[in-house]
Design a protein around this ligand. Structure first.
Ligand SMILES: NC(=O)c1ccc[n+]([C@@H]2O[C@H](COP(=O)([O-])OP(=O)(O)OC[C@H]3O[C@@H](n4cnc5c(N)ncnc54)[C@H](O)[C@@H]3O)[C@@H](O)[C@H]2O)c1
Length: 338
C-alpha cells in the first residue's frame, strides 16, 4: 500500500485526489495547505490528516508519494524537501520557473533513489498517443512543418484572486508557463527541441492586472529547415487546442482530443478520443488519471516512469528560450542561458 499526501489544496488538487481513488494500493493519508478552508474541504471529501506546513507533514507522517499541487515557485523547493527524505514526488507542471531551479532539481534526482514524475498529462491523450505513433512509424514521411494555437479564456479575476498567477516571482511568467506550456510540451515531445527560437510577447487583454504576457507568438526553427508557428492568447472562450503536423505524404490535425489524419490521396481518417471530464475544467482533459495510474504502476513494478524531469528538458528549454527571445528581442537556442 502506497501512503500518499497532497500539498496545495486548490483547484487541481481535486483532480489528483479523485484520480487517486481509482488507483489501487494507495491511501491518501495527509493533506497540506496554509489555507485552512481549502485543506478542510479536501479532507472532508477525500480523507487524510490536515497540515498547514509541508515540513510538519513530512516530519509526522510516513509518506511514500507526495503530490505537489502548489503555485509554480514552490514546486522545486518542495520537491527537494521530499526527495532528500527519499519520498517519491509527482509534481504539477511546470518543472521549474528558472534554469537554476531546473538544474537544482536535476542534481537532486541524481542523488536519491526516490522517483520524480511531472504532470504533463496531455502526453496520455488518445489523439496524442496515436499521432506520435503514426509520426514515429514514418507512414506519412518526415514532418515538414507544424503549427500550434492555444486560445483559452482566463479573466482578470483568475489572476487577481489566486495570489500568485501573473506574478513573475511566483508564476515565472504568464500564459506560456501556465497554460500553453502543455502544447509546447506536446510539440517538442513529438518533434524534439528546435535549434532556434524567435518570439514576441504582449499583454493585450490584461494590462494593469498582470505584468506578464497574456499572448505569445513564436517561430521555432529546426536545422533541417522545418519550422513551427506557435501562438497563444487569451480568448472569450476555452477553444480546443489546435496542433497540426504537415508531413511529406499527408498531415495530422489534433483539435482538442480528436485526430484527423489526411493522406496524400486526400482521403482521411477521423477519431474523437474525448472523455467527459467530471472533476476539473474541460480544457485540462482527463488524462491525469492515466498519468497518475502509470506513476504508481511503475513504482509498484519498479519500471521507469516515462514523464521524468529529463523528458521535460526539450519543452522547458524551449519555453525559456521563448521568454528570453521575447525579452531580449533576438533569436535564442534552447538551453542557451543569457
Ligand atoms: N496539469 C494541468 O492541467 C493543471 C491544471 C491546473 C493547474 N495546474 C498546476 O497546479 C498547480 C496549482 O494550480 P491551481 O490552479 O490548483 O492553483 P490554486 O491557487 O487553486 O491552488 C494552489 C494552492 O496551493 C496553496 N499553497 C500556497 N502556498 C502553499 C504552501 N506553502 N504550502 C502548501 N500549500 C500552499 C494555496 O493556498 C492554494 O490552495 C500549478 O502548478 C498549476 O500550474 C496544472
Amino acid at each position: 500500500m502506497f501512503k500518499t499526501a497532497i500539498v496545495g489544496c486548490g483547484a487541481i488538487s481535486k483532480t489528483h485526489a479523485e484520480a487517486l481513488r481509482s488507483v489501487k494500493n494507495t491511501e491518501l493519508v495527509a493533506l497540506c495547505d496554509p489555507n485552512t478552508e481549502k485543506v478542510d474541504i479536501r479532507a472532508k471529501e477525500y480523507g487524510g490528516k490536515v497540515y498547514s506546513s509541508l515540513n510538519d507533514m513530512l516530519d509526522n507522517e510516513k509518506i511514500d508519494v507526495l503530490h505537489i499541487c502548489t503555485p509554480h515557485y514552490l514546486h522545486v523547493p518542495m520537491a527537494l524537501e521530499a526527495l532528500k527524505r527519499g519520498i517519491n514526488v509527482l509534481m504539477e507542471k511546470p518543472p521549474a520557473i528558472s534554469h537554476d531551479q531546473f538544474a537544482e532539481l536535476k542534481k537532486a534526482c541524481k542523488t536519491t533513489n526516490a522517483k520524480l514524475g511531472i504532470c504533463f498529462q496531455n502526453r496520455y491523450n488518445g489523439a496524442v498517443v496515436e499521432a506520435k505513433r503514426i509520426i514515429e512509424e514514418k507512414k506519412l514521411g518526415k514532418i515538414i512543418g507544424a503549427r500550434a494555437i492555444v486560445t483559452w479564456s482566463r479573466s482578470g479575476v483568475y489572476y487577481t484572486e489566486s495570489g500568485w498567477r501573473g506574478q513573475i516571482d511566483k508564476e515565472g511568467g504568464g500564459v506560456l508557463i501556465n497554460q500553453s506550456i502543455h502544447t509546447l510540451d506536446l510539440m517538442t515531445y513529438i518533434m524534439g527541441a528546435p535549434d532556434k527560437v524567435t518570439a514576441q510577447s504582449s499583454n493585450f487583454h490584461l494590462p494593469g492586472i498582470i505584468n506578464e504576457e497574456d499572448s505569445i507568438t513564436a517561430y521555432l526553427e529546426y536545422k533541417d529547415k522545418t519550422a513551427v508557428f506557435f501562438a497563444t492568447t487569451a480568448n472569450c472562450k476555452d477553444a480546443p487546442v489546435l496542433l497540426e503536423f504537415y508531413c511529406e505524404n499527408g498531415s495530422l490535425r489534433l483539435e482538442g482530443n480528436s485526430l484527423k489524419v489526411t493522406y496524400s490521396d486526400n482521403t482521411s481518417d477521423f477519431k474523437d478520443y474525448t472523455v467527459r471530464n467530471e472533476t476539473g475544467k474541460a480544457c485540462w482533459g482527463t488524462s491525469h488519471t492515466l498519468l497518475i495510474g502509470e506513476f504508481y504502476e511503475c513504482l509498484e513494478k519498479t519500471k521507469d516512469f516515462p514523464v521524468t524531469l529529463e523528458s521535460t528538458v526539450p519543452s522547458f528549454n524551449t519555453m525559456m528560450a521563448v521568454y528570453d527571445s521575447a525579452k531580449h528581442k533576438k533569436s535564442i537556442t534552447p538551453g542557451e542561458i543569457i
